[in-house]
Every structure is written in C-alpha cells, then in structure tokens.
Design a protein around this ligand. Structure first.
Ligand code: FE
Length: 283
C-alpha cells in the first residue's frame, strides 16, 4: 500500500487490526506480519493513499518464468525484477507488469518466512486465516470490466467464483466479478469505475474466530474508529464481517467464517444482493 501517514498506519495496523509491525526499511516502508511470512503487507510512505502494487505468489522459479512467458505472448510488457528489488520485497525473484487499468503488478516466488520468530499479534486475538489461502482479498475499481476479466482469467489464470449484479440507482447497472486462485472464495474482485478517486476499494483480513471479529467491533466503538459498514453476512462467500475505515480513507473488511471453493464441484453463481443480513452503512 501507498500511504501518507505511515506512523498512523503502524498504530492502526497493530492496535486495531492486530497485525504485527515487523520493522521498516531505510526509506520508511513498514512491514506488517500476519503469519509465518516476514510480511504480508508493505506500507510505503509515498504520499498517496491507495494500492501501490499487487503481489501474486507462485510456488517456483519455473512457474514464475512460465507466467512471464504467457504474459509476453499476449503482448503484456514484462520487466524482470532486479536483485535489489527482490531484496526490498524479501523474495527470491519477481517480475513486474501492469494490469489493463495500469495497476502495477508483480509475481514473485520464494517469500522470506520466519518460523524461527513466531507471529505474535499485538492484540489478544486468535490470529488470521492465511496459509494456502494467502493474505485475504481485495477489491479494486478497473477502467474496463471485460478487458480486466480477460486478463485475470485467461492470462493470470484466476477462476471466476461468481458475479454480483445490482443497481445503485435506477439507471445505473453495476457488475462485480469475484475470482479465486486457491480455496479462498475470492482473492480479487472488481467493478468498472474508470474515474474512481482510488483504485483500492477495500482489502479483507479473515480471522480464525468470530470472537476476534466481535471483540474488534467493540474496540472500534470504544476507541471511535469509524465503521463504514456494520456487522453482516455476505451472500457469496458467506463471510460474517464489518468494514472499518483505515487512516488512508479506503476500508478494511474484518471477517470470519467464509465458505471455501472446491473447484471440482464449484459452479459459478449470480447474486443480486451483497449481503444476506446486516452490513448497514455505505462503503
Ligand atoms: Fe470483501
């Protein structure tokens, strides 16, 4: 992420979200842990409150090279990451490119994991659901829905979970597409909004227990952390969650209990509502 107030983020990430600050680089970039990885987020003090880039993990150098080849064949400009860039990200290797909306994107392999320094949340929570499901999910605004759908499905190899279609106003039709690349119901979702003031709509952290979500909901109210949407349960991933405002203006969804995707039996669905119950408020 790219932020204006990195100290505010340090405090918010640790004392509200329960992420573990794990040092800073000389340029001020803050590393945030949520499991055995050295970090899952890097918060860069670059003066703009938005997504800085997306980092996708693959298992091996061969998979990284195959991905680079597939993107090049499709006419996407791919730049190999330098060893200094790999060091800055704490990975063994990476490639860089842009998605169809110009969102800086990277694919890496070989993240630094620190089992020898166990994850310790600054808050008394049971922890985050990561592992093969990655860090969580995020939702972005894209310039062109169809071009982005083609890119993420046919080039990056993500699989569609479902669509949510709704009309925020009588003459406005919105479509959101949700993609998975592991058992997590969605890792990325997007809708078309070419002139959005920020690319990042929200990112989601999934907790191990409903009590983690409830206790954090209480904490937000006692500490007056702005809540964008109250507790609710989503139609598509069945996540019980609420949304809180980050110091950067975009939101973070804090949730528990999502259903998972089994590709051998999963069938794409369409929903016309975002929530089964709750989630009152505006994002
Ligand atoms: Fe979400």
């Amino acid at each position: 992420m790219s932020v204006r107030d990195v100290n505010g983020w340090d405090q918010f990430a640790a004392q509200v979200l329960g992420l573990q600050p794990n040092g800073r680089d000389p340029d001020g970039s803050l590393f945030l842990r949520m499991d055995e990885y050295h970090h899952r987020f890097i918060v860069h003090p670059t003066g703009k409150d938005d997504l800085a880039y997306i980092g996708w993990e693959v298992g091996t150098e061969e998979e990284l090279e195959a991905m680079a080849e597939r993107l090049k064949q499709a006419g996407v400009g791919v730049t190999p990451g330098t060893s200094d860039e790999a060091d800055a990200r704490r990975v063994a290797g990476l490639i860089k490119f842009a998605d169809p909306s110009g969102i800086p994107s990277e694919v890496f392999y070989g993240p630094l994991v620190v089992f020898d320094q166990p994850f310790q949340s600054p808050r008394p929570i049971s922890g985050f659901k990561t592992g093969e499901q990655g860090l969580g999910h995020f939702v972005v605004w894209v310039d062109d829905f169809d071009r982005s759908l083609h890119f993420y499905r046919d080039l990056l190899g993500m699989r569609i979970s479902d669509f949510v279609k709704f009309s925020p106003a009588p003459e406005v039709k919105m479509r959101v597409v949700f993609f998975h690349c592991n058992p997590r119901h969605h890792t990325i979702a997007f809708a078309q909004m070419p002139r959005a003031s920020k690319r990042l709509h929200h990112f989601m952290l999934q907790l191990q227990s409903l009590d983690d979500v409830g206790a954090t909901y209480d904490l937000c109210q006692t500490q007056e952390v702005p809540i964008a949407m109250k507790l609710g349960k989503h139609t598509n991933d069945h996540m019980v969650s609420f949304y809180l405002r980050t110091p950067s203006g975009f939101n973070v969804e804090y949730g528990w209990g999502a259903r998972e995707v089994d590709d051998s039996i999963w069938q794409v669905q369409v929903h016309t509502a975002g929530s089964i119950w709750g989630h009152q408020g505006t994002l």
